[in-house]
Write a protein that binds this ligand. Structure first.
Ligand SMILES: NC(=O)c1ccc[n+]([C@@H]2O[C@H](COP(=O)([O-])OP(=O)(O)OC[C@H]3O[C@@H](n4cnc5c(N)ncnc54)[C@H](O)[C@@H]3O)[C@@H](O)[C@H]2O)c1
Length: 278
């Protein structure tokens, strides 16, 4: 989409981190904004901050894991702005927990938000974008969707799913609706609150899993890596460029591609996965 000025961007997980940076970046392009997040107070602050700079923005409290909540988001978007053009399915959660002997609710929650949240976002907004013949989906996956890490199976599997469904969506739309683009965002570490993802645990999945000592150590390692991570604003500006140019892959840390190549070479050579650092 070459022209973004005056158009409407919907961003989920917009109250923090990459989502908030996406909202700000699209606002700088002159877009009108719909910010969606499950965290009501943080969402209110994000909207107020944008509005104070003269941006036309609304906040809609949304739980992306529920189809009806995302449908209400689309209805509110249509009511307020009459359209949506760029839809960022960005909300996501992560927390350490034992994937194999811990509670299965860890998998259920992570898939509900990270995978179903993206599916609901696409299925709900696609008819609007198709009717316009114009639009762009931005799905936030992760480098974790391109190569695995130990201890993080639910997160890794959820992000492989986002990469896979995004590629498939791209292929479907390239044929049937060339005016509707797709990008998938695969960053490594970014300075956000993702490591405290458990703050958004959804009670319908039961009690939030407790962290073991090992998991606490992993949490601390991840916190340190995040503190050294990329600025979310840099990820957002790559996304804006991808929307402008119709680019599918957004992989800001190019070292990920070396790992992807090694993985393919390993598979070709019959070598088993080897253990990388975190
Ligand atoms: N930070 C990183 O290092 C990193 C790297 C790769 C990918 N990602 C991905 O980036 C995306 C954004 O995460 P972030 O790093 O900005 O973390 P963050 O925790 O700062 O932001 C995530 C936002 O999603 C919201 N959210 C959580 N559950 C929700 C739900 N059920 N419905 C609606 N909103 C919900 C949170 O309230 C929060 O505002 C996620 O999909 C994450 O997996 C992050």
């Amino acid at each position: 989409m070459e022209q973004l000025t005056g158009k409407v961007a919907v961003v989920t997980g917009a109250a923090s981190g990459i989502g908030l940076a996406l909202a700000r970046a699209f606002a700088s392009e002159g877009m009108r904004l719909v910010l969606a997040d499950v965290e009501e107070d943080a969402l209110g602050t994000a909207v107020d901050d944008l509005a104070a700079t003269g941006v036309e923005a609304i906040g809609v409290q949304t739980d992306v894991s529920l189809a009806e909540s995302v449908e209400a988001l689309a209805a509110r978007t249509r009511e307020r702005f009459g359209a949506a053009h760029v839809v960022c399915n960005n909300a996501g959660v992560a927390t350490p927990g034992d994937p194999w002997v811990g509670p299965v609710s860890l998998w259920e929650w992570m898939f509900a938000v990270n995978v179903w949240g993206v599916v609901h976002g696409i299925r709900t907004f696609l008819p609007m974008l198709l009717a316009q013949g114009e639009g762009h989906f931005v799905n936030t996956a992760s480098a974790a969707g391109l190569r695995a890490r130990p201890h993080l199976a639910p997160y890794i599997a959820s992000k492989y799913a986002v990469v896979g469904l995004s590629e498939s969506l791209f292929l479907d739309l390239a044929e049937s609706a060339p005016g509707v683009g797709v990008s998938v965002v695969c960053p490594t570490w970014v300075r956000t609150r993702i490591v405290d993802g458990a703050r958004n645990w959804l009670p319908r999945f039961g009690a939030a899993p407790e962290r073991s000592e090992d998991e606490q150590a992993l949490h601390e390692l991840a916190s340190a890596a995040l503190a050294d991570g990329a600025d979310p604003a840099n990820i957002a500006s790559e996304v804006v460029d991808a929307v402008h140019t119709g680019r599918f892959w957004v992989i800001p840390d190019r070292s990920v591609l070396d790992e992807v190549e090694q993985r393919a070479e390993g598979a070709r050579g019959g070598r088993n996965p080897s253990r990388p650092s975190l």
